[in-house]
Design a protein around this ligand. Structure first.
Ligand code: PLP
Length: 383
């Protein structure tokens, strides 16, 4: 059988066996509504609360600060719209960065149509925001700073502690989209003074369609889905019990294996980066060399189209991505690569390879070998 290598863990991950096993009873046997007062309902309420405790303990938060959402995008929408609507009496200015995920950028664009104004901070050639630029952007009207923990395309990790400090000193709420970071970076929301944080289970071996918004106690934020009293009345809708249980198990598992997982990914990442840079000419590594997600590699190959590489690798059993999963169907160059200064040609030659739990050294060797052949072949054709 042909070799198969999945290197697109930033798009999504498989669901771990232990996670599936904990979820399984909640589809058929334990199907009660957590709001019901009879036993099969109450048992499910307990399962939801256990998951909430597991998330709280992973983030060093209180269980009552954890709110389940349908995905990371919903958590991002809630943080930005919820703060904007609840605090518009104080001001209508929001600060974010130009390399955020569309779930933040398009929410900001939506709010701009409704009387808010947004500053999109630039980033340097590694994709890092500038603290001085952030300080200078703050006005008396600023009510929210939302900066992602780590970028989904180039993997760059932001100076979150410094950003949170600036927000705190200026009495401004701070939200971070940590969808790519959770499972890869240990985050203590108290130590880092984060007011709100978004996460999504399908990025750390949990199910798709379930996320969390952490909201620090005392934060003034509007409710998101209006309806019944679920999630403390802030986010209505009958709980997705199997997925909530899966998210709880997945986050707990990721905390238990955190250090060894990190070491393994960094070793494979370095093997991939060094192997490609040594063997293929005219290649650029995008994103910060060190301050990047342990499993993220993003290259630009000069004189070739990333999409052609992707298709040829696919034929060799290798799954990678050209940009973020959400923009890979778009023909526009990635807004992240443009923001770090890449011209259209280098942007189009980009390839994101994101390593995960099931990958091995042999996988990486196979990918380097195939990439070398594919890039050489494509450059020859285009001569
Ligand atoms: N934020 C970031 C940084 C992401 O990478 C993603 C998904 O790729 C999201 C938000 C959206 O998460 P979800 O797919 O759960 O809506």
């Amino acid at each position: 059988m042909a070799k198969k290598v999945y290197l697109d863990h930033a798009a999504t991950t498989f669901v771990k066996k232990e996670v599936m096993e904990e979820m399984a009873p909640y589809f058929q046997n334990n199907y009660g509504n957590p709001s019901s007062l009879y036993s099969i309902g109450k048992e499910n309420k307990k399962a939801v609360e256990l998951a909430r405790n597991r998330v709280a303990s992973a983030l060093n938060a209180k269980p009552k600060e954890i709110f389940f959402t349908s995905c990371g995008s919903e958590a991002d929408n809630w943080a930005v719209k919820g703060i904007a609507l609840a605090n518009r009496g104080k001001g209508k200015h929001i600060i974010t960065s130009c390399i955020e995920h569309p779930a933040i950028l398009n929410t900001c664009k939506y709010l701009e149509k409704h009387g808010f104004w947004v500053t999109y901070l630039s980033v340097d050639s590694d994709g890092v925001v500038d603290i001085e630029e952030l300080k200078n952007a703050i006005t008396k009207e600023t009510i929210l700073i939302s900066i992602m923990f780590a970028n989904n395309e180039i993997g760059t990790i932001q100076p979150i502690a410094e950003i949170a400090k600036v927000a705190k000193e200026n009495n401004i709420y701070f939200h971070t989209d940590a969808v790519q970071a959770i499972g890869n970076i240990k985050i203590d929301v108290n130590k880092l003074e984060i007011d709100m944080l978004s996460l999504s289970a399908h990025k750390f071996y949990g199910p798709k369609g379930i996320g969390v918004l952490y909201i620090k106690e005392g934060t003034v934020i509007d409710n998101f889905i209006h309806g019944g009293g679920q999630e403390n009345g802030k986010r209505a809708g009958t709980e997705n019990v199997p997925n909530i249980v899966g998210l709880g198990k997945a986050i707990e598992m990721s905390c238990n294996i955190f250090e060894e997982y990190n070491k393994k990914l960094i070793k494979l990442r370095e093997k991939l980066i060094c192997g490609v840079m040594e063997r293929i000419p005219y290649v650029r590594l995008n994103g910060h060399r060190i301050k990047r997600l342990p499993g993220n590699v993003n290259f630009s190959f000069d004189f070739v189209d990333g999409e052609s590489i992707l298709l040829m690798l696919n034929g060799m059993g290798i799954s990678v991505s050209t940009g973020s999963a959400c923009s890979s169907s778009s023909s526009k160059p990635s807004h992240v690569l443009t923001a770090i200064g890449l011209d259209e040609r280098m942007s189009r030659g980009s390839l994101r390879l994101t390593i995960g739990d099931e990958n091995t050294e042999e996988d990486i060797e196979y990918v380097i070998e195939c990439l070398e052949k594919v890039v050489e072949r494509l450059r020859e054709i285009s001569k």
